[in-house]
Design a protein around this ligand. Structure first.
Ligand code: CTP
Length: 450
């Protein structure tokens, strides 16, 4: 059982943090809570204190009667520095809900409240659960701040889509259900290795059991007919995602590669997980933080991608083939390092790789939904993508226009066209997470129609 430090920032979803504390303490974890001043407008400290059995801290100079100890522990004999002692003891810092303001402060290293100061001093893993209005979440400033925090190693459990607090509004920004948050905490606490399979199953189960509820609306689960319940309906489904770009060795240190970062693939993985699916990611050279609770398999080359895909596709219900896989590789990679003095000029002989997706499409079994991604340049893009749809025996292909530098490869945003047998739908330019939601909606429609 672990010491979880919970930071609660301002937002209507703060009420879910109470249930999270109840579940976490019920599961045997020892929990301390730091609230931001504005979160106290939404939920009072007395409730957290009753549930944790420990004082809540808010101001940087608040006296901590527990002297940084977690419930069940002896406080130190001396009077420690509050924000340092509490994080030194914590095994995980979870901030749920993480408001846009708190995320911005963390990204830029502010230290003006107990929460921001403690976060700056924390050496334990940090898990952020953003929750806010969709426009605020999708704003490039928030996305850039989250990217910065991810790049520094923070884990982010993506918000869900559905009804938002503001009347009549729908979109991405809902705090995941408390059971899913606890499952993500436990997956991180269990360590990266164990987090894979155990975390995925745990999160899926937790989400299935806790579907429903709308931030701030007080509405019952049944009221979410179109958004919430439909969006939780991937529970029990297995989703395989490929992400990143392969690197084909020239010698021991050089390679032929591409600029794919894996961001689109990870956005798809996180979105599928948020819908309750059990998600495996086959990653080609992805250096982004691994989403909590997904099974992660590294496959840096086209050949490794092929064998991992052929193994993992067996029990997958949905394949989202977002990886950029090399079509050619050096025919005779050299052991060690090619020395410039040994050769006047260097000609690389390339040989074709196998088309992994075409192979999976040819061997597909009933009930599977296979989605490819087509990186196309210019006017003929649509025609080429349509040809790939039929040649590779796919249910849908997602067309990326690589002639534009503001979207697609290595950009934060994307705009795509999803092409299926029944027609085409364009998903307007938005964050990769929002585009991922649109792609999953298309997959859901296709599966419902079969
Ligand atoms: N793909 C694959 N194996 C390869 C190359 C591509 O499985 N050796 C998959 C990609 O993951 C993607 C889809 O096929 O989902 C289309 O990839 P793309 O690069 O757009 O097309 P190619 O089939 O490689 O054709 P071309 O490069 O000529 O456009």
């Amino acid at each position: 059982m672990s010491r979880i430090l919970l930071g609660v920032s301002g937002g209507i979803a703060a009420y879910k943090a109470l249930e999270l504390v109840r579940l976490a303490t019920g599961a045997g974890h020892s929990v301390r809570v730091i609230q931001t001043p504005s979160s106290r407008r939404f939920v009072g400290q007395a409730s957290f204190e009753a549930l944790t059995g420990a004082p809540v801290l808010t101001g940087e100079f608040d006296h901590d009667p527990f002297r940084g100890a977690f419930p069940g522990e002896q406080p130190p004999a001396h009077e420690p520095i509050g924000h340092l002692e509490i994080v030194a003891k914590a095994e995980l810092l979870l901030i749920a809900p993480a408001s846009a303001n708190t995320i911005a402060k963390l990204a830029h290293g502010h230290a003006e409240s107990m929460l921001s100061t403690a976060a700056l001093a924390a050496r334990c893993p940090l898990l952020l659960a953003p929750a806010m209005n969709a426009a605020m979440y999708e704003h490039p400033a928030t996305q850039a701040n989250l990217d910065l925090l991810r790049a520094r190693g923070a884990h982010v459990i993506e918000p869900e889509s559905g009804r938002l607090a503001s009347k009549g509004e729908e979109g991405v920004g809902r705090l995941p259900e408390p059971a899913a948050l606890l499952a993500a905490c436990e997956a991180i606490l269990a360590g990266a290795a164990g987090a894979g399979a155990a975390g995925a199953g745990g999160a899926a189960g937790a989400r299935a059991a806790s579907a429903g509820g709308a931030d701030g609306s007080g509405a019952a689960a049944g009221a979410e007919a179109t958004a919430g319940s439909a969006r939780q309906s991937w529970a029990g489904m297995k989703v395989l995602v490929t992400a990143g770009g392969t690197r084909e060795p020239i010698d021991g240190v050089r390679f032929v590669g591409n600029t794919s970062t894996g961001r689109m693939g990870l956005a798809l993985a996180e979105a599928a997980q948020a819908r309750g699916a059990q998600v495996s990611v086959i990653a080609a050279n992805v250096s982004l933080p691994k989403p909590a609770g997904v099974r992660w398999i590294d496959a840096p080359t086209a050949a490794q991608m092929k064998s991992a895909c052929e193994r993992e596709i067996q029990d997958a219900d949905v394949l989202l083939m977002a990886a950029a896989i090399a079509d050619f590789r050096p025919a005779s990679p050299v052991d060690g390092k090619i020395k410039k003095r040994q050769t006047e000029s260097l000609t690389l002989q390339l040989e074709p790789t196998a088309d992994v997706l075409a192979g999976l499409g040819a061997a597909r079994r009933p009930g599977q939904t296979l989605v490819g991604f087509a990186a196309e340049h210019g006017e003929q893009g649509l025609a080429h993508a349509r040809a790939k749809l039929s040649e590779k025996h796919l249910d849908a292909i997602v067309l990326n226009d690589i002639s534009r530098s503001d979207i697609g490869f290595a950009a934060a945003e994307n705009e795509v066209t999803v092409i299926a047998a029944d027609g085409e739908r364009t998903i307007a330019k938005a964050s990769k997470r929002a585009v991922a939601e649109g792609i999953l909606d298309a997959v859901q429609r296709l599966r419902a129609a079969t």
